[in-house]
Design a protein around this ligand. Structure first.
Ligand code: BGC
Length: 351
C-alpha cells in the first residue's frame, strides 16, 4: 500500500499530499504533488542504518517559498536560455526572465511551482507514483499546451526510476529534469566535498560569466572537470580556473560519451564514511553537476536544519543548456503527434 497524507496547504487553500513509496529492502521515498518534488530518500548505510539523503522541507509551504528547486521536476526547460529568447519555426519567443537577464528552469512559475495530479500505482517493478501536469499554451511564454506525466518508481533493486512522457498540441521545446540535492552522508549539516564523483564524459559545455553556454564542447582532460574516474569533489572545486570561477564551483553540463538515446550508466556518487553509493543511468545527452554553490543557510530544511553552502549536490539529466540558441546541440523541439520520453535511474547500494 502506498501511504498518502496531508502535507499542507499552498496558495492559502490548495491541499498538497505526501506519498510514501517503500521497497522490501528498506528504502523509503517520500514525494509530494507540489512541484512533483522528492521530499526524502531513506537509504541504509553500510551498517544498515537508514537515513535521508536529500535536502527537503517538512511541509508544502516550504516548497512554495523555495527558490532552490529542492527535489522538484523542473521545466518546461530545465537549465538556462540566454535572455529567455529563441526563434522556433521563424517565430520569436520571449520567455519569462527570472535569473538575472536569463530564463532558468521554466521561469518563476515553472513546473516546480505547480500542483500536479497524483495517482499511486503498484507495478511488478515496485511502488509508483504517476504525476501529471497540463502546462497551458502561453504559460511563461512557451507555445502550445504540453501534457507531461512523470512516473516515479521505487524498485525492489533500490532504484528510484523516473519516467517522463510528454506531448504537445503545437511545436514547442521541452527539456524537463529532476532537481534533488543529494548528500549521501545522511548528515545534512555536512558539506558534500568528501563525496566522490564519476561522470562518463570527455567534454563539458563551457559557460560565459552569465552561466550561458558558449556553444563549444570543451575537453575535461587536465582540467578540474575531469571526473572520468571516481574523484573527490573537494579536490579541485576551488581551483584557479576560469570556468570554476564563472560557475562559482561546479555548475556545468557534462556531455555524456557515446550518446545514442538508449539508457546507460553515466555516473556514480560515493560517500566513503557511510559507504553509500549511487549510480546514475539515463538516456539523456547531458548531465548538469551543480555543487550547491548558491545554498547559503537561508533555506531551513527538514527538522529545522539550515541548508548551508554546498550541503547538497544536483545531478540533473537533461539536454544541453541554451540548446534552442545553439544549432549544433541536440534538438529539444517536440512536434504534435510526437512523444517526449526520458528515463533516468538513481540506483542506491553500499560499498
Ligand atoms: C543550476 C544553478 C542554479 C540552481 C538553482 C541548478 O540547476 O545549475 O545554476 O542556481 O539550479 O537552484
Amino acid at each position: 500500500m502506498i501511504e498518502k497524507r496531508f502535507f499542507g496547504n499552498v496558495e492559502t487553500d490548495k491541499e498538497v499530499s505526501l506519498f510514501t513509496l517503500k521497497s522490501k529492502n528498506g528504502m523509503k521515498v517520500e514525494i509530494c504533488n507540489y512541484g512533483a518534488a522528492v521530499v526524502s530518500i531513506f537509504v541504509p548505510d553500510k551498517n544498515g542504518k537508514s537515513e535521508n539523503v536529500v535536502l527537503g522541507y517538512d511541509s508544502a509551504q516550504g516548497y512554495e517559498k523555495c527558490s532552490s528547486y529542492f527535489g522538484a521536476i523542473v521545466g518546461r526547460y530545465g537549465n538556462r536560455i540566454g535572455k529567455g529568447i529563441f526563434v522556433l519555426d521563424g517565430k520569436n519567443y520571449q520567455l519569462d526572465v527570472n535569473d538575472g537577464e536569463n530564463h532558468l528552469h521554466g521561469g518563476k512559475f515553472g513546473f516546480n511551482k505547480r500542483i500536479w495530479d497524483a495517482e499511486p500505482i503498484q507495478t511488478d517493478t515496485g511502488q509508483s507514483l504517476k504525476l501529471t501536469l497540463i502546462d497551458n499554451n502561453g504559460e511563461m511564454g512557451y507555445a502550445g499546451t504540453v501534457k507531461l506525466d512523470v512516473i516515479y518508481t521505487l524498485s525492489e533493486e533500490n532504484e528510484l526510476i523516473i519516467d517522463y512522457l510528454g506531448e504537445t498540441d503545437e511545436t514547442t521545446i521541452l527539456n524537463p529534469t529532476h532537481h534533488s540535492y543529494f548528500n549521501l552522508s545522511g548528515d545534512l549539516t555536512k558539506n558534500i566535498l568528501d563525496h566522490h564523483l564519476m561522470l562518463n564524459a570527455d567534454y563539458i559545455t563551457y559557460v560565459d560569466k552569465g552561466f550561458i553556454t558558449t556553444g563549444e564542447l570543451n575537453k575535461v582532460e587536465n582540467t578540474p572537470f575531469d571526473f572520468r574516474n571516481l574523484s573527490r569533489i573537494g579536490e579541485n572545486i576551488n581551483s584557479d580556473n576560469q570556468q570554476i570561477k564563472y560557475g562559482l564551483g561546479y555548475d556545468h553540463n557534462w556531455v555524456i560519451n557515446n550518446w545514442d538515446k538508449t539508457i546507460k550508466k553515466v555516473g556514480e556518487l560515493y560517500e566513503p564514511v557511510s559507504g553509500r553509493f549511487m549510480e546514475i543511468f539515463t538516456d539523456q545527452p547531458g548531465i548538469q553537476f551543480y555543487s550547491g554553490n548558491f545554498l547559503n543557510g537561508e533555506q531551513i530544511g527538514k527538522n529545522g536544519i539550515a541548508c548551508n553552502y554546498r550541503t547538497g549536490l544536483c545531478l540533473e539529466t537533461q539536454h544541453f543548456p541554451d540548446s534552442p540558441n545553439k544549432p549544433s546541440f541536440p534538438s529539444v523541439i517536440i512536434n504534435p503527434g510526437e512523444q517526449y520520453v526520458q528515463k533516468t535511474i538513481y540506483k542506491f547500494s553500499t560499498k
